[in-house]
Design a protein around this ligand. Sequence first.
Ligand SMILES: Cc1ncc(COP(=O)(O)O)c(C=O)c1O
Length: 423
Amino acid sequence: MTLNNESTRKLTGAIELLLESSSRINEAKPRRYWYPLSLASYGVEEIVEALDSLCSFRTTMWEKTLQFERQFASYQDCSDGVMVNSGSSADLLLCFLLTNPYHPLLSNGDEILIPVVTWPTQIWSAMMAGLKVRFVDVDPKTLNIDIDDLEKKITPATKAIFLVHLMGNPCDMDRIMAIAKAHNLLIIEDCCEALGAEWDGIKVGNFGVAASYSFFFSHHMTTMEGGMIACSNQEVAEQLKILRAHGWVRNVDPTNYDLNNYDIDSRYAFVNWGFNVRPTDVQASFGLHQLQKLPQFNQRRIELANKFFKFIDAELYLSRPKSSPKASPSWFALPLLVSLDAPFSRKEITNYLELKGVETRPIVAGNIAKHPVAKIFAEFNEDTYVGADIVHQQGFYLGLSPFHSDEDIVKLIDCIQGFLKRY
Ligand SMILES: Cc1ncc(COP(=O)(O)O)c(C=O)c1O
């Protein structure tokens, strides 16, 4: 912080006033949803820290980003964090790391296995990086990759698995690691919905080469937009930093690259291809404070989800994802499946909830092979996905925010009971 105590105190007072008046204005507006998908999780500390960056003219990637990266790595129990401007950019760099021309771990055209129910940028990233995506079905009971189908999809060309711990429910890492070992497959993990989740006491994201995280508004913590790649390998982190910023050596140790042997100005030295997906220090300002609040946020998410799931577990026609006893989920939202023998459809219950002021969403893209994009790419049409079709037709989710009250969950349960008692 470059702001002194006096200016911080005055700013804090002014921001509190602003937040108070904006919440009064918002409360006076008619609201479509009393139970929205997400609620703001940042406050005065994040705003003052961001203003500090603006007032000190340190807005682009600078010391706060470095500090946030170090603190995130420490939270994640790994050695390196590389912050980027979104979770999608984190997925993109993860995949380009694999086919990185400077030091490729895989070759163009190698097969990578990806579950067919996920956020689509996970898939686009692998395709754009030149890998051949083979889709794996999901298990509707967990929403995660169907491990029997995963085993079936392995061919001599398969070189990697790109996992996702959907909705914060960890995949069965014992089985997956055993399969990866047996077939010599690299693992990368999309943890964009699973920050803080653990498998057998180990945080997800620590099982493969590296892992991605998203800090979008509704996620476990937010930097407005933003993302991170975490890993425990300095060389990997260095390659990611080069890919993050133009293929430039600026944020890494230039002595690794024999720059003296080239007729170039070492301040502008390019050693690889790359993007510009750098974050700003304004985003990192949010990250520093949100990370401190993350353990309480996650604890509260779990408390609220458990309360809600206790009700769901006693219901006949609705179910929620099952977790292994070895898993400690870090719920991203409240995902539900309407049972196949229910006397009502997913559409009927979600329409009812929407009318009653409860915001709903499908389980991300559902079966991505059912989207218009599947017409463009052959890989979408190589198989059928029975589990993903169930999630696609029967699944939906409700929001989960640490700022929802216990009373909100009681009201939500009452609302759902109001629908179920018709049957
Ligand atoms: C599983 C998963 N991967 C990747 C992303 C992309 O993150 P972002 O929205 O920050 O680009 C998301 C976003 O919600 C996600 O849920």
